[in-house]
Ligand binder design. Structure first.
Ligand code: NAD
Length: 439
């Protein structure tokens, strides 16, 4: 919404949320999320044509286009528990819109939703005698956290799905006009509404699948002395495949991949497509396996016990350039380390507050330290969880001196200079490459 307001001064954009703390933060100097470049844009246009408010009813009344971007987490109860999208926030919003609307509106599905959700939205909006007309569009968001501003400024594509009725097409054209203020026309694509809903789930499923594919091969590399970086380079140079998303790691995280995959699996099951569901479920299972394998490698390297050892996690965010820790592999790794009765120290430049909240139930067993050098002091091992640039430039000679010996590094992102670390004295365990050990 900030990008639309920034690029289209002729539109007035109001963001409303049920969470007053978030709105207060959006109106303050400390925005509630860290996203490179976002602060500058918000500060420039806030109060001009971008507003943040808790007045939901008024927001609905005044708007002619409403982007619904509420959370759609995985269900934690009832039918479809742990798999299906929990659409309670979505449905509540639909009812709120119906009750407060006094004039015709375009409703844009911005949240990631199971295919056919627009049908439910239509039914809720037209379920009373209220004469107001609504057009529903699907406009999934493809931006990724950490590169959000760049992705929004120069998107690969903007996808807009609509009903193929004259009203549907008219509404779709209105949304096309908004994006056309800065996105080249050939990158704004339109489709039927179900294709649009499904495309978002499929995009994330394909991206996650690439990570799980390379991670699956990383385990084979570790058994065969092949090197995953060399394999990925050779594979990625095939122009049919390309080189993106081929970095082996401790596993993918983030609020979207797992949730959207599980959603796809659930949808397939619902439509009786068991084999298809199992196929995509495999992508999730490989990701879980990769996280557990990281712990098993750690155990194997450290004489099959972590008890009483002190282990430092470098990074807790699910990837660099974000403070977001939702579904971060670091959560699983932390819990397993504590389960193995090791002491745990966590450092991260942006995600420590979220880390503390994620691990609230085991807080007694964890220390949170801002400075990575301080965090590593007195530890037996460092495990890199997030590919923050700063970790590659630390003075590892100094760090080595402050650690217990033998000192280990488990590079869950393959970002460090492994040979150099080995020369300093570390035993180095990358993902999908032969370890460098002094034993
Ligand atoms: N985070 C991403 O990078 C990303 C990218 C693409 C798509 N998406 C999709 O966008 C959606 C939102 O994701 P998010 O990461 O921003 O989630 P989020 O949980 O950070 O934000 C959702 C917000 O909606 C608010 N909300 C809930 N019910 C409401 C209601 N009835 N009225 C007003 N506000 C309400 C919540 O208070 C919260 O602030 C999800 O469907 C997600 O899959 C997210």
């Amino acid at each position: 919404m900030a990008m639309i307001a920034h690029k289209c001064p002729q539109y007035r954009v109001t963001v409303v949320d049920t969470n007053p703390e978030r709105i207060t933060a959006w109106n303050s100097d400390t925005l509630p999320i860290y996203e490179p470049g976002l602060d500058e844009i918000v500060k420039k246009i806030r109060g001009r044509n971008l507003f943040f408010s808790t007045q939901i009813e008024q927001g609905i009344k005044e708007a002619s286009i409403i982007f619904v971007s509420v959370n759609t987490p995985i269900k934690t109860f009832g039918t479809g528990v742990g798999m299906a999208a929990d659409l309670q926030y979505w449905e509540k919003t639909a009812r709120q819109i119906r009750e407060a609307s006094q004039s015709q509106k375009i409703i844009v599905e911005k949240s990631t939703l199971p295919v056919k959700t627009a049908l439910a939205m239509e039914r809720i909006l037209t379920a009373t005698a209220n004469e107001v007309h609504f057009d529903i569009l699907s406009n999934p968001e493809f931006m990724a956290e950490g590169t959000g501003i760049k992705d929004l400024e120069t998107p690969d594509r903007v996808l807009i799905g609509s009903r193929e009725t004259p009203e549907g097409i008219k509404a779709r054209d209105e949304l096309v006009e908004i994006y056309a203020n800065w996105v080249p026309r050939e990158r704004i694509i339109t489709s039927n509404i179900w294709s649009s809903e499904l495309s978002k789930l499929v995009s994330n499923a394909f991206l996650a699948q690439r990570i799980s594919s390379i991670n699956a091969i990383s385990s084979l590399c570790e058994k065969t002395e092949a090197d995953i970086t060399e394999v990925a380079r050779a594979v990625g140079m095939d122009s049919r495949l390309g080189d993106k998303f081929l970095n082996a790691s401790v596993g993918f995280g983030g609020s979207c991949f797992k949730k959207d995959l599980l959603n796809l699996v659930y949808l397939c099951r619902q439509y009786g497509l068991k084999e298809v569901a199992d196929y995509w479920d495999g992508v999730v299972r490989i990701n879980d396996y990769q996280k557990e394998r990281f712990i098993l490698n750690m155990l194997g390297a450290m004489f099959n016990t972590l008890a009483g050892k002190r282990i430092c996690l470098f990074g807790f965010a699910f990837k660099a350039d974000t403070g977001d820790t939702r579904e971060s592999p670091a959560i699983y790794v932390s819990r397993r380390i504590v389960e193995e009765r090791a002491e745990l120290v966590i450092t991260d430049p942006r995600a420590l507050a979220n880390a503390e909240a994620d691990l609230a139930d085991i807080q007694g067993a964890v220390a949170f330290v801002e400075d990575p050098c301080e965090a590593a002091a007195g530890c037996d091992a460092i495990a890199v969880m997030t590919e923050w640039d700063i970790y590659a430039t630390l003075d590892f000679k100094k760090i080595y001196e402050t650690m217990r010996k033998p000192a280990y590094i488990f590079d869950g992102r393959n970002i460090l200079a492994h040979e150099d670390l080995f020369k300093i004295g570390f035993n180095v365990f990358p993902v999908g490459k032969p370890p460098l050990t002094h034993f």
